[in-house]
Design a binder for this molecule. Structure first.
Ligand code: G3I
Length: 363
């Protein structure tokens, strides 16, 4: 079983600044291995998972950051107008504080999980509503210094010349809503890292190439208008279907983001196995190889500062409840570094090795 994070990190903290010293298998954790390269590692969790004993023991050992899967979204914080409820989301901050971890705030402005009353109010041109939500949320969680401010604002299939997704925010406020969201967050938390988060950039698909171009153009516009964006979150929900990943094309894309002076976080790493054989050793080996190839490329870009997996254990993954990700044979997916019994899988080794071998980041 896992030693407690305190027993390991307490003794090993001195190592963090040390050269990449070996550590025992028990001492090793994704968070400590990440730190030895100047990276951070964390995982998405839900509030109910924070009460599962064996899971939280593994989480405290493996992760330095946690991010709420849904409890910090507008729809969860303010189901009823002016009755903002922070109690559930506060559990993440309390858990992190008690275990010397940090919380990533996710996500302030997203076209999903908007309370129904807010959609109506935005249609009625209550323009300040979004900024009020951003300021209230960021101010309430003052200890959170890393926010996904705007999530998934790109959607080229919506046919706009700026490739933005139509949404209640865009309809009410125009394309400037993105900048307004970041400015509201900066006002509420001047020292926080403000992140633009999105998906669909990894593969040699025309849709992904279009999305890569759209993201760079969006970022160029934001930087040209002094929008206070500090980093880009690349969700990296990977697949094993027969589509090409080109490390050269991907690292060139990452380099364009870095050239804008932005840091990069891999924010929601996991991998679908819907098309893979049922055999677990074979499936786990293929998944680990895909993750290794992706992370070796991603972490070769020094602007990449952290890796978050969208979950830690196969016991809890959104992919088992998403119809598009269900395996034809009905078997549960295996998208994460730990299995359902909190045992490390080949994917754990793939992530650990990619972070261990990454070029060392300056602090
Ligand atoms: O709302 C109920 C809540 O009342 C109830 O107490 C709770 C009990 O578990 O369930 C809640 O239901 C749903 C929740 O998942 C259960 O975990 C929420 O309605 C539902 O919105 C939520 O789905 C989340 C989804 O985003 C939408 O918010 C998923 O957990 C989460 O994995 C998924 O994450 C997104 C990222 O935010 C953005 N990138 C894509 C990623 C996957 O879709």
């Amino acid at each position: 079983m896992y030693p407690t994070r305190r027993s390991v990190l307490g003794g090993g903290l001195a190592l963090l600044g040390a050269p990449r010293l070996a550590m025992s298998q028990d001492e090793a954790s994704l968070a400590r291995i990440a730190r030895l390269s100047g990276l951070f590692y964390g995982a998405a969790v839900t509030s109910s998972q924070l009460m599962a004993g064996d899971f939280t023991t593994a989480l405290k050992h493996e992760a330095e950051y946690i991010v709420p899967e849904w409890e910090m979204k507008w729809g969860a914080l303010e189901r009823e107008r002016d009755r903002r409820q922070y109690g559930t989301a506060q559990k993440f901050v309390d858990f992190a504080n008690a275990n010397r971890m940090s919380v990533r705030g996710h996500t302030l402005v997203w076209h999903r999980n908007i309370p129904a009353w807010a959609i109506t109010a935005l249609k009625n041109k209550e323009y300040g509503l979004m900024q009020r939500h951003v300021r209230s949320t960021v101010s309430n969680f003052g200890s959170i210094q890393d926010w996904d401010v705007v999530n998934e604002a790109i959607e080229p299939t919506h046919g706009r010349s700026d490739n933005l997704r139509t949404s209640p925010f865009l309809d009410a406020l125009g394309p400037g809503y993105i900048g307004e969201a970041f400015r509201a967050a900066r006002f509420a938390a001047p020292g926080a890292r403000l992140v633009y988060n999105d998906y669909g950039f990894e593969y040699e698909l025309e849709t992904h190439r279009t999305r890569r171009r759209a993201l760079i153009r969006l970022l160029e516009r934001l930087k040209a208008t002094s929008v206070p964006v500090d980093a880009v979150g690349l969700q990296a929900h990977l697949v094993t279907r027969d589509i090409k990943f080109d490390p050269v094309a991907y690292t060139s894309f990452l380099g364009k983001i870095a050239d804008l002076g932005l840091k990069i976080i891999i924010t929601e790493l996991d991998i679908q196995d819907t098309n893979l054989p049922a055999d677990i050793p074979e499936r786990d080996g293929i998944l680990a190889d895909h993750i290794a190839r992706y992370l070796d490329a991603a972490l070769s870009e020094p602007a990449v500062i952290g890796v978050m997996t969208w979950g830690l254990s196969d016991r809890y993954t959104w992919l088992n409840s998403d119809p598009s990700a269900k395996r034809p044979d009905g078997l549960p997916s295996r998208p994460l570094p730990l299995d359902v019994d909190m045992k490390r899988k080949p994917m754990w080794d793939a992530i650990a090795n990619a972070m261990r071998n990454a070029p060392e980041r300056s602090a």
